[in-house]
Design a protein around this ligand. Structure first.
Ligand code: 5RP
Length: 220
């Protein structure tokens, strides 16, 4: 089964978790499959809160109303992809650059269902470069601090986040204590947030594999 088909079956599995109400929607190619499927049950839901301009546009094009998180209160469910996950459901996210809004919605949701293809499951996080969103004037300062922490930050070329900021992708990290590193990086002045989701991990991971969907985690 292709990687794209694995993403598709993970997205299909997530659809079963949608019971109504307002759905938090992430960003990326796996979530795009989910949005396309969500159209089939749009009569059951009251709308979506979106983590990016790209997802907003796709949701609207499928006739799904997009709501402001400030107007919705806490959400029952958030569906999003990941660039890496370990078996504790600590994630690296932000390959698509939407990490800050994704982290806000994950934090505002009672349940976070992560959907991904099988290549995303790893033993130790960090093979995928860790995205860090930074305020533009802080770019070099933050990069120096990340080097002190053992990483190799690379400024993402020609990329501005939906919030008007920059991304540093940090290579060469072997992240053995994800929650500690998440806090340490967030403590650097000028960092908006980083792509580690360990303080608020996923509750369940639906992993598309050659043999169907593997469910990891008992948090649901
Ligand atoms: C975007 C993300 C995505 O969830 C992550 O990059 C996974 O993307 P894809 O589903 O395309 O593999 O964090 O900021």
């Amino acid at each position: 089964m292709s990687q794209n088909d694995q993403k598709k079956i993970a997205a299909e599995a997530a659809l079963k978790f949608i019971k109504g109400g307002i759905v938090g929607v992430g960003t990326g190619s796996t979530v795009n499959h989910f949005i396309d499927l969500l159209e089939q049950v749009k009569h059951k839901i009251d709308g979506a809160v979106s983590s990016s301009e790209a997802s907003t546009e796709r949701l609207k094009s499928r006739g799904i109303q997009v709501l402001d998180l400030n107007a919705t209160g806490e959400l029952d469910i958030y569906i999003d992809g990941a660039d890496e996950s370990n078996r504790h459901l600590h994630l690296i996210k932000g390959g698509g650059g939407a990490l800050t809004r994704e982290k806000i919605i994950a934090g505002a949701s009672r349940k976070f269902v992560c959907i991904a293809d099988g290549s995303k499951l790893v033993d130790v996080l960090g093979e995928f470069p860790l995205p860090v969103e930074v305020i533009p004037m802080a770019r070099s300062h933050v990069a120096r601090q990340l080097v002190k922490m053992g990483g190799t930050p690379v400024w993402r070329d020609n990329f501005i986040t939906d919030n008007g900021n920059l991304i540093l992708d940090v290579h060469n990290l072997r992240i053995l204590e994800p929650a500690k590193m998440e806090q340490e990086i967030n403590n650097i002045a000028g960092v908006v947030t980083n792509g580690l989701f360990a303080l608020r991990p996923a509750d369940i991971l639906l992993l598309g594999t050659e043999n169907g969907v593997e469910t990891i985690g008992t948090g649901y």
